[in-house]
Design a binder for this molecule. Sequence first.
Ligand code: PLP
Length: 391
Amino acid sequence: MKFETKAIRLGHTPDPKSRAVIPPIHQGTTFQFTAVGENTGYEYSRTSNPTRVLLEECLAGLEGGEFGIAFGSGMAATDAVLAMLKPGDEVVSARNLYGGTLRLFESIYTPRNVKFVYIDGGGPEAWRAAVTKRTKMLWLETPTNPQLQVFDIAAIAEVAHQAGVPLLVDNTFASPYIQRPLALGADIVLHSTSKYINGHNDVIGGAVITSDPQVEEAVRFFQNTAGAVPGPWDCYLTLRGIKTLALRMRQHNANALAVARFLEGHEMVDHVYYPGLEGHPQHELAKRQMDGSGGMVTFHLAGGLEQVNAFVGALSVFHFAESLGGAESLVCHPASMSHAVLSDEERAHAGIRENMIRLSVGLEHVDDLIADLEQALHAARQSRQAVRAGG
Ligand SMILES: *Cc1c(COP(=O)(O)O)cnc(C)c1O
């Protein structure tokens, strides 16, 4: 089955009683036993719920994995994977990470004596050099947030396997339509389904996908034991969103590429980060590893905070809001929003300057998006001239 078909059919068996094409939402918390120790496989909805199972099967299939384990948020999924680690264990991770992931590493797991060793960039050699006898996992996001740096999943998976440890890839920014890390050799895929997978800015959720039975067992055990499960209604909404994932991602790809090209040529823009641009340092790798470059575009505005304020204030189609991956185009100021949890020093180290702007290019008509950006860049230019005129 091709991706588009899987997205619509996986796990979707019609209800056996009514033959309803759309499976019912199982809101119930408890299921009848038929005799002592005998039931349908369902007993209590924290442990397992039919609507959640449907979502888990669908996500596993889209990523090409055996098992999907759904959570109430991307962070809950992240925590479930980290819970496999013990004091003294080490994780080698890319430094450019979702701010909340870094916060979980640093403020929850570091005090519990799990050590995180960060890689700034470069090829697989940097990863190999950081691995020690205590390394238990390699961890990366690609493309990264917010600089959209692309890591070579296959090459880093090889380093992980030589060391006998799994590679985890947070595939949130790409989505399984654009990139399938398990096929490239990764062992665990992590998602915030709040982003492209649900795709409508209306559900918080997360998932872990793997074909490794030991990882599945540990993460599934944690899911039931710690209990950060998604509700059936949220699972249903996410499944509904998934049906159009392929269509949406193709449009995100096209809109973002057009926006990136527009920004690249604009005098109020200093630098554009987008893997689909020929000038991106990992453009060739991105072409090999991804089907399209996704919907995220980051750039430096010419100017400072004053110009950023004028820019975001003038936008009318883009919403000035956190998050990404939905139909609505969003603009984010990483220094004060997605990466505000970092210290000034960490932010400087991560290269997040105050004139950096991150766009989640949505599904509106691209002409409207570019017109909106154009008039907001004009407002930013005028704010600079006003400052100069005012001396
Ligand atoms: C949003 C996000 C997360 C966290 O997911 P939540 O659903 O917000 O808990 C993790 N990783 C990446 C890359 C994200 O964008």
